[in-house]
Design a protein around this ligand. Structure first.
Ligand code: ATP
Ligand code: MG
Length: 390
């Protein structure tokens, strides 16, 4: 008899031949994330993964908290694994779910039998266990449509599992199952949310942050570390590259028209990020852009930025309102960090009258004013690495 966690994988179930690989990635992710509270063994059977604590004193409440943040899981429940003897099952159900059953007024039993050798079939298990529990808990009556408590009894090959309510998982796909992408992270509200959203779709993250000391402070960089720390609770560890961006920014300011300063800067960011992405074997960039949010995110401005990219740019917030983004940032606990006041490299040189409809021609001409290529290469080469692991 042992308490375990039963995990139902989400979209995974749909993936046919890839399913095995996806399950392996999911298990690897869970193992890594649970490492700090103890060792777990994993067993897979019939679209369920069973997480079994290897040490008896493992804290399953903590484990459940962690599992709630792992992508690729539709739902999970704590369960008691018991010997496949019906009297034992009844007795253990009564004990294990006593607290819930005492507090409820209605219940139902659901049974699943994948071990066909078990002497009772599913309807019989429901009927017998229902009768037994009605007898033990006079406060209860049966409601099959909308019960306060659902008692689940699953007869599997290795054991019988008893559990109450299923907890909703984080959804999405296991991180790493869709490859790796490079997140451009500022200290703002949007980019951490973008990283979270793409990790949810199965992307492993690496990150790039452009810092412009002395215009931006050490504190601004610390803020990025803290933001990524929160994102890494969901995405797993993130390798961050901090790029020295001061010289490029000063050069743009000195040599280019002020009204397209931001667009040119964004193009330089994309170029640098692509060098780092190639080095990191990341197949796409991720930004926190949203149409119309600021002058550099109008459609013509985004077109100018996009023109220098030769890998896909994922912009998961592109059609979202700020308040929708804020709602997610509160959920993942990045909002309060994002609104700390430290200067970002974008705000330092913000033009007074940015052009909202730049043309590619105008921007490309303006860029010819200085030899940016070696500067971008040096910036990428001199980027400093910081490993963010929650
Ligand atoms: P955020 O709230 O994420 O800062 P924003 O609305 O302020 O976004 P911009 O400052 O125009 O928008 O930046 C657009 C996107 O460019 C950001 O979401 C981010 O992906 C990237 N970006 C901006 N500044 C930096 C930076 N200093 N380092 C890395 N990426 C950046
Ligand atoms: Mg910003």
């Amino acid at each position: 008899m042992k308490e375990v966690i039963l995990i139902k994988n989400g979209e995974l179930a749909l993936k046919g031949l890839n399913r095995r690989t996806f399950e392996d990635i999911l298990i690897k992710n869970m193992r890594h994330r649970l490492e700090k509270i103890g060792r777990f063994d994993f067993r897979t059977a019939q679209s369920t993964i069973v997480a079994i604590p290897a040490d008896d004193d493992a804290d399953l409440t903590q484990a459940a908290e962690i599992i709630r943040t792992v992508f690729g899981i539709a739902g999970f429940s704590r369960a008691l694994a018991v010997e496949k003897d019906f009297q034992t099952i009844l007795k253990q159900t009564e004990e294990y779910l006593r607290f819930d059953l005492m507090a409820a007024s209605t219940f139902k039993v659901e049974a699943k039998r994948s071990d066909k050798k078990f002497p009772l079939n599913s309807p019989e298990i429901c009927r017998e266990a229902g009768g037994y529990l009605l007898n033990k808990f006079p406060n209860l009556s049966v409601d099959v449509h909308n019960p306060d408590v659902t008692v689940n009894i699953e007869i599997r090959d290795d054991a019988a599992y008893i559990h109450g309510k299923q907890i909703k998982g984080a959804g999405g796909m296991p991180v790493g199952s869709a490859g790796k992408a490079c997140l451009l992270i500022s200290g703002g509200i949007d980019s951490p949310v973008s990283g979270y959203m793409m990790a949810k779709r199965g992307l492993e993250l690496t990150a790039v942050h452009f810092a412009s000391p002395p215009y931006t402070s050490e504190k601004a960089e610390q803020k990025v570390h803290r933001l990524l720390g929160k994102v890494s609770k969901y995405s797993g560890r993130i390798g961050l590259w901090v790029v020295p961006f001061t010289e490029i920014q000063e050069k743009i300011k000195d040599e280019c028209p002020e009204d397209i300063f931001t667009v040119i800067m964004r193009r330089m960011m994309m170029r640098t990020a692509q060098i780092i992405a190639a080095r990191e074997k990341a197949g796409a960039l991720i930004t926190g852009e949203s149409v119309g949010q600021v002058a550099s995110q109008t459609m013509p401005a985004i077109a100018c930025t996009e023109a220098v990219c030769n890998i896909p740019v994922f912009r998961p917030l592109i059609g979202m309102d700020k308040d929708e983004v804020i709602e997610i940032s509160r959920k993942i606990d990045t909002f309060d960090i994002s609104i700390l006041p430290y200067e970002d490299c974008c705000t330092v040189f913000t033009p007074k009258h940015p052009r909202t409809r730049p043309t590619l021609d105008y921007v490309e001409k303006a860029e010819e004013a200085f030899d940016w290529k070696p500067m971008v290469e040096v910036a990428a080469a001199e980027a400093r690495f910081v490993l963010i692991d929650n």
